[in-house]
Design a protein around this ligand. Structure first.
Ligand SMILES: C[S@@+](CC[C@H](N)C(=O)[O-])C[C@H]1O[C@@H](n2cnc3c(N)ncnc32)[C@H](O)[C@@H]1O
Length: 318
């Protein structure tokens, strides 16, 4: 693996300028738009059904060129954007797709200098976006309980930045057992049971900090939202999903694309109240039967909401 010193990139953005170099990833696209990720190494050949492409013919040359295979087929060679890299890099666990990463970065309000806790690191796709958003003055602490996945994440993240990112710490372990951070601005969870982490996240987050969970199924969505409510010291959770539809634009044929990604996951965010301050109860009554006999999930205790809210206490200060 190359060292960051090979790529004088003071911003640690993962973006490389200048001629293509051995030790970086490029994307080769064939005439049908099929894309292949290639790790450039001197002396290597990328084999296609239409003949080989010598890495040496790209190394030391410019980005964004057209290269011909030995069989005379044109391939577009480009440095991948972060979104391209995250969907084509080697995977251990399933990755968060760019449409959801974009939502997380904005809606969980990941900012330069933020201290962010993430779990699980999985393949490291979200990690790269978090690191890019927090920058070198921030901190991303990623927990991953599977050592093999942690290794995949480490390779992918260092591969993207060209070496160790100074703002990143990868902890191999279960977040519930190992999280001992405080003053955390944001907690972002992509795992099977994020509700198990609500207490640990509450202990780590600063007042006003953002809890964000990414869950694939409605049963997970319900459980994490109700656990946040039952905890009491989080604001009313917001739950949503994002649907992205590509468009075909060609002359007079301008229409939605035939294919779209139907479902990836749901997102949930809530803000951490100051310790000991209960979030105001929702004013509206729950829908009839919402918490009827069939409901067996987490419930808010009756006393919740009786204590002063953050708004109440600040009102007495003025
Ligand atoms: C879907 S993957 C995360 C993918 C990652 N967000 C990405 O974009 O590449 C979920 C990961 O969470 C890990 N995991 C599940 N529960 C965990 C916990 N309590 N603490 C740490 N890691 C956990 C799993 O081992 C798995 O690798």
């Amino acid at each position: 693996m190359s060292d960051l010193r090979d790529f004088p990139d003071v911003s640690y953005s993962g973006v490389h300028h200048g001629p293509l170099q051995a030790g970086e990833w490029i994307t080769l696209s064939d005439p049908k738009g099929r894309r292949h990720s290639v790790f450039l190494e001197r002396g290597r050949i990328f084999h296609t059904t239409k003949g080989g492409i010598a890495h040496d013919d790209l190394i030391d040359g410019p980005d964004a060129v057209v290269i011909r295979s030995a069989g005379n087929v044109e391939y577009l060679a480009l440095r991948p954007l972060m979104a391209d890299y995250s969907v084509s890099m080697p995977r251990g666990a399933a990755v968060i797709y760019p449409k959801d990463t974009a939502q997380i970065v904005t809606m969980a309000d990941i900012f330069p200098g933020a201290k962010v806790v993430e779990a699980g690191a999985g393949s490291g796709a979200l990690t790269t976006a978090l690191l890019r958003a927090v920058g070198i003055h921030g901190e991303v602490i990623s927990y991953e309980r599977r050592e093999d996945f942690a290794e995949v994440a480490r390779k992918n993240v260092t591969g993207f930045f060209g070496g160790e990112h100074p703002a990143w710490r990868l902890e191999v372990g279960d977040l519930v057992e190992s999280l001992d951070e405080t003053d955390v601005d944001r907690v972002v969870l992509d795992m099977l049971a994020p509700w198990e982490c609500v207490d640990a996240a509450a202990g780590a987050l600063v007042p006003g900090g953002v809890f964000c969970a990414y869950v694939a199924t409605t049963t997970q969505l319900s459980r994490v939202v109700e656990t946040l409510r039952a905890h009491g010291e989080f604001t009313e959770p917001r739950a949503w999903e994002s649907l992205v539809r590509d468009w075909h634009v060609e002359g007079l044929a301008v229409r939605p694309g035939h294919r779209m990604q139907g479902h990836t996951a749901f997102l949930v965010t809530a803000r951490r109240m100051a310790p000991g301050v209960k979030a105001p109860r929702k004013k509206r009554r729950p829908a009839p039967g919402a918490y009827g006999d069939d409901y067996s999930g987490p419930r808010r205790s009756e006393s919740v909401g009786d204590t002063p809210t953050a708004t109440d206490s600040s009102a007495t200060d003025t």
